[in-house]
Design a protein around this ligand. Structure first.
Ligand SMILES: Cc1cc2nc3c(=O)[nH]c(=O)nc-3n(C[C@H](O)[C@H](O)[C@H](O)COP(=O)(O)OP(=O)(O)OC[C@H]3O[C@@H](n4cnc5c(N)ncnc54)[C@H](O)[C@@H]3O)c2cc1C
Length: 440
């Protein structure tokens, strides 16, 4: 892996830390007469919580500079952890003011060195934002149990986040000792503007750009009883500049301004030309209607995203480990390697439950491919059972564990087991790439 690529995560962490702590440092710098430590801590935690919440907009997974640098999984896990951390900081913020005299503005304490405000209009926005944030985090954690549509969740999440940002801006500027100082008011205005602007970019600017670059469905092919291949081609433009293994948000037949777009890995190879193919498994509202999509239907793509790619890597071999529809990004990589005559060795492990769930069998062939079935039919000559530690040990040698790059995509349980085993066998973590098909 190139040095620059390896430095990307570090660079992004530094940028994040600077952005999150900037208001805190500036507030310190703007200053005011000293207060007791617990009061400063209370203000500091509130300031930190607000800037972390604003950064959550940028960590939504929709910005290529971030998700292509550290991967979608890491971006989303970071987004979730930071939201929960901000919630805890926000909870501590008012509690730490305990014992500080409160009340309206006092002429003898213009810098609010000795008192805090209890003006309800200033506090109410903070309280409302806190309750909303807690609601948003609870909704996110319990989304699948609560059982509402994904599109409803996304809309509520976006609108809720927007409201929280505006409420917190008001609270910080009107109730805050530091936020009320003109220089800090400007800092918060600019930061909130950027956060809200990022939402507008995703839901207004990107759709506008998509409208100018439409695609057409060129074919819809049933691969297995529940898996389809949808291929789209650019309509009047040069298409997508992607790397094998990346993914895109696909919208078929709906307005680009609607929220009807779903993320799918690209299973075609860039070297094959401008057509882009997706391998899609039936799961819910949209994916169950794939079979009804007609050729020539207008489609829109937003991408490419993700860093599940082996382009430019120096390892002598590539191990691809797929479970079910997790084959999609790995198929893109395999196709690209075969098409370009990539000199690296490659082995694909492809696990399924039943034989009729195996997609692209003819194209994949038998060479370099290990098929695994957990419920094999009689007379099955391939591997049986799950893609687990024992199987991985049967397929890869000691050298391959330490020298190859391992790319995997499939059910969470498979990835957890394989990843833990690879680490046990000495594969360095920078040689393990994975992608989970969830975006929460
Ligand atoms: C990076 C990534 C790559 C993916 N690649 C593939 C692939 O190559 N092939 C494949 O079959 N599936 C892939 N998926 C999963 C695919 O996005 C979901 O199966 C699909 O969106 C389900 O939509 P639905 O409306 O049919 O199902 P629903 O019943 O509406 O939702 C089922 C689940 O799918 C997810 N989901 C639904 N809508 C969206 C949305 N708009 N955005 C994000 N997630 C959503 C949610 O977790 C939801 O709980 C990928 C997911 C991610 C995050």
């Amino acid at each position: 892996m190139k040095r620059v690529e390896r430095m990307k995560p570090l660079f992004l962490i530094v940028v994040y830390l600077v952005a999150v702590t900037l208001p805190l440092i500036l507030s310190l710098w703007v200053g005011g007469p000293p207060r007791q430590f617990h009061q400063e801590l209370a203000s500091g935690l509130g300031i930190l919580a607000f800037s972390m919440i604003l950064m959550e907009f940028i960590l939504s997974g929709r910005f290529k500079a971030i998700s292509n640098g550290i991967g979608m999984d890491v971006t989303m896990r970071f987004h979730q952890i930071m939201a929960r951390t901000a919630l805890v900081l926000a909870l501590l913020h008012p509690l730490l003011y305990q014992g500080t005299p409160s009340g309206g503005p006092r002429p003898w304490d213009p810098t609010r060195q000795l008192t805090i405000t209890t003006d309800f209009s200033d506090l109410s926005t903070g309280i409302a934002a806190y309750l909303l944030l807690a609601g948003l985090v609870v909704m996110a954690i319990g989304r699948t149990q609560l059982g509402y549509r994904y599109e409803t969740w996304r809309l509520l999440h976006g609108l809720g986040a927007l409201l929280i940002a505006v409420l917190l801006l008001h609270h910080t500027v009107y109730a805050g000792r530091y936020g009320s100082q003109p220089a800090m008011t400007w800092v918060w205005l600019v930061m909130t503007g950027l956060a809200v602007g990022s939402l507008l970019a995703v839901y207004l600017v990107v759709p506008l750009l998509q409208k100018a670059r439409p695609w057409r469905v060129s074919s819809v092919v049933q691969l297995t009883p529940k898996q389809w291949e949808v291929t789209v081609e650019p309509d009047g433009h040069r298409g997508l500049n992607y790397k094998a293994g990346q993914f895109a948000w696909l919208n078929v037949g709906k307005s680009p301004f609607s929220m009807n777009e779903n993320p799918f890995s690209i299973c075609s190879a860039p070297a094959a030309g401008p057509r882009v193919a997706f391998m899609i498994k039936e799961l819910g509202d949209f994916t169950r209607t794939i079979g009804q999509i007609k050729a020539e239907t207008v489609a829109y793509l937003d991408g490419p995203y993700g860093n599940l790619t082996v382009d430019g890597r120096a390892e002598p071999g590539v191990a691809l480990i797929a479970g079910g529809v997790g084959l999609a990004p790995l198929l893109g990589i395999l196709r690209q390697m075969r098409l370009t005559g990539d000199p690296r060795k490659v082995t694909l492990i492809y696990g399924n439950r039943l034989v009729d769930q195996i997609a692209y069998r003819e194209e994949l062939g038998e060479e370099d491919v290990v098929y695994v079935l957990s419920e094999p039919p009689e007379g099955w000559h391939g591997e049986t059972g799950f893609v687990d530690a024992a199987l991985i040990d049967r397929v890869f040698s000691e050298n391959e564990f330490s020298e190859w790059v391992f790319v995997m995509c499939g059910p969470a349980i498979m990835m957890d087991i394989v990843e833990a085993h690879l680490i046990k066998r000495g594969t360095p973590s920078h040689r393990i790439l994975s992608e989970r098909f969830n975006y929460d």
